[in-house]
Write a protein that binds this ligand. Structure first.
Ligand code: SF4
Ligand code: SF4
Length: 399
């Protein structure tokens, strides 16, 4: 692999130069499918990034908009025969451009701080605002970030904070990274991960809850992202663990960037490898499985997850078509109308399949899908797959 030059724009231009413009990434790009426009494709974005990096074009709204629209789903990186590191290129480009004009900084600051989020939720409940979220949202224009945030708040269900725990077991020690929004909205999935990993023979230590900085890194907020990465490194070093796990695949890229050389993953490969140590009670249900882009293209754990779910007797699992749902970190707040259009095919599939539950590992995707179903008046409950697996686990059968 060639060494990248020190200078940021030279490094960006060198990343872009790896593209041979074959176009094989175009059919897998959700925004190219949405707009049918070369500028909204991976190849188009790489060409724009290269021109900006080399100073061949000024930064205009028209040129930066396709870069702001990118979902960071990495479907293009997975499809690329030239192994263009698109994720890295996107983060470098946004670092060069700085935050997008439509970035809702206050909402994102709240999302990244679990204590603020809990306080806002408590206040909304105490003032009786929670039941008005959806009605309030309808009064706002479709492109409003606040409207999207209220839609999500109307379907959010905060659980208790994950308790810092060390589960007794004989295997390798793992640190669980709770994150920010997930530490509140996915606390049941985190407790589920601890139970399942303990049954599979792993000791788990829970790290403090804070943002990994992925939202900042993908939004061009370089300093805030670097501060979060430093916090991740300090928490990791203090844990003394052999590996880091997260139940949120959306955090994986940033955690791996913060901890090069460390084993950072979601728990599915570890749980699948436990084999007969994990046995499950039957569940006669049909569930739709949404596979987040970061699980498909970064964690690459969808087969391990499917294998685990297939071990629950009588459970019918129907995967939804593997296309980005449009949530994509802060994208659902920055571009709510585009996010809704990208979500529409997934909602149609759910409507057709009529599942009893919709499963997804990424809290942002799950809330975005739940808000869309609620808007259509078709409120199918959603769940993290780990919560379902832990619910069906037969305790006491571990090694
Ligand atoms: S597949 Fe790779 S090399 Fe081909 S156009 Fe896309 S990014 Fe460039
Ligand atoms: S990351 Fe996703 S949305 Fe962005 S260019 Fe690649 S395939 Fe398209």
């Amino acid at each position: 692999m060639p060494t990248m030059p020190e200078n940021k724009s030279e490094r960006l231009a060198a990343l872009a130069d790896q593209c041979v413009q074959c176009g094989l990434c175009l059919p897998v790009c959700p925004t190219y499918a949405l707009d049918g426009n070369e500028a909204e494709s991976p190849r188009g974005r790489i060409a724009i990034a290269a021109a900006l990096a080399r100073g061949l074009a000024p930064v205009t709204a028209e040129l930066r908009e396709p870069l702001d629209h990118c979902l960071g789903c990495l479907s293009c990186e997975r499809a690329c025969p030239a192994q263009v590191r698109f994720g890295e290129l996107l983060v470098e480009t946004r670092a060069l451009l700085g935050p997008a004009p439509r970035r809702p900084r206050l909402l994102l600051a709240m999302a990244g701080r679990p204590s603020w989020l809990r306080l806002a939720q408590r206040l909304a409940r105490r003032l009786g605002l929670s039941r008005w979220h959806r009605q309030l949202a309808r009064q706002l224009p479709g492109r409003s970030a606040l409207r999207a945030a209220l839609g999500i708040a109307s379907v959010a269900t905060a659980g208790p904070a994950p308790t810092p725990t060390v589960a007794s077991a004989t295997g390798a020690g793992l640190a669980l990274f709770p994150g920010c929004v997930a530490s509140i909205e996915d606390s049941d999935a985190q407790q589920a991960a601890i139970r399942l990993l303990a049954a599979a023979g792993h000791a788990v230590t829970v790290l403090p809850s804070f943002c990994c900085g992925a939202l900042d890194a993908h939004g061009g907020e370089v300093r805030a992202s670097a501060q979060s990465m430093q916090r991740v490194r300090e928490a990791w070093q203090g844990s003394g663990a052999d590996g880091l796990v997260t139940v949120t695949p959306g955090c994986l890229g940033q955690l791996r960037a913060a901890l090069p050389g460390a084993q950072v993953s979601d728990p599915y490969h570890l749980l699948d490898a436990a084999g007969a140590a994990l046995r499950f009670r039957p569940l006669p249900m049909r569930v739709a499985l949404h596979l987040p882009c970061t699980q498909l293209n970064l964690a690459r754990s969808s087969e391990a997850l499917l294998a685990l779910l297939h071990r629950v007797p009588e459970l019918e699992v129907v995967p939804l078509p593997p296309r980005c749902c449009g949530a994509a970190g802060s994208h659902l707040l920055e571009f709510p109308e585009r996010a809704a259009r990208l979500r529409a095919p997934a909602l149609e599939s759910i409507e057709t399949l009529a599942p009893q539950w919709v499963l997804s590992s990424n809290i942002g995707c799950r809330l975005h899908l739940a808000a869309g179903m609620a808007e259509l008046g078709r409120a199918v409950p959603t769940m993290h797959p780990l919560a379902l697996l832990a619910q069906q686990l037969i305790e006491g059968n571990s090694r």
